[in-house]
Design a binder for this molecule. Structure first.
Ligand code: THU
Length: 159
């Protein structure tokens, strides 16, 4: 009963403030990997790089299609690839970048947030999400769940 409020926590800082070498290189690789996107229709190149707990980086980018709805986002491409190729590994983080001069970093779309949530729940450990701008500003979410409050998940199917 009554009004309720959901709070979302996130951090913002610049690449220059990061001392952790692993994270710096994940972010710089994500920026470079946007070149590999196939986005001839939107010209909106997006890249996403996952870091597994074992340190391995898994890379993805958006892939578009002349039949527009067939296109797939960078995040879901890399999440599907990682889930199927490294089924036993835990995902530590995902870094997302769009090759555009934008003030704010590009956040994952609704479909990608739902996918991130599924994978996070499946592995039962948080996936950090780093959103990066061209000027190397970072927005960090501590878990994918924070990007999709009031979400639908498998617990509803079990009731
Ligand atoms: N896109 C992504 O790959 N990730 C996002 O977070 C936002 C949008 C792609 C989909 C499409 O290829 C292009 O960007 C324009 O929407």
């Amino acid at each position: 009963m009554g009004s309720n409020r959901i709070e979302i926590f996130y951090d913002s800082y610049h690449l220059d403030d990061i001392v952790e070498e692993d994270l710096r290189s994940q972010i710089l690789s994500t920026i470079a990997f946007a070149d590999n996107a196939y986005a001839p229709y939107s010209k909106f190149k997006v890249s996403a790089i996952i870091r597994l707990e074992n340190g391995l980086l898994v890379k993805g980018a958006n892939v578009e299609n002349a039949s527009y709805p067939v296109s797939n986002c960078a995040e879901r491409n890399v999440l599907s690839h990682t889930t199927t190729n490294y089924p036993k590994e835990t995902i530590a983080s995902i870094c997302i970048y769009a090759d555009k001069n934008l003030k704010k970093p590009v956040p994952p779309c609704g479909l990608c947030r739902q996918t991130l949530l599924e994978i996070e729940n499946r592995q039962d450990s948080p996936i950090k999400v780093y959103l990066v701008t061209k000027s190397k500003k970072i927005v960090e979410f501590h878990q994918a769940k924070d990007l999709l409050p009031f979400s639908f998940d498998a617990t509803f199917l079990a009731e």
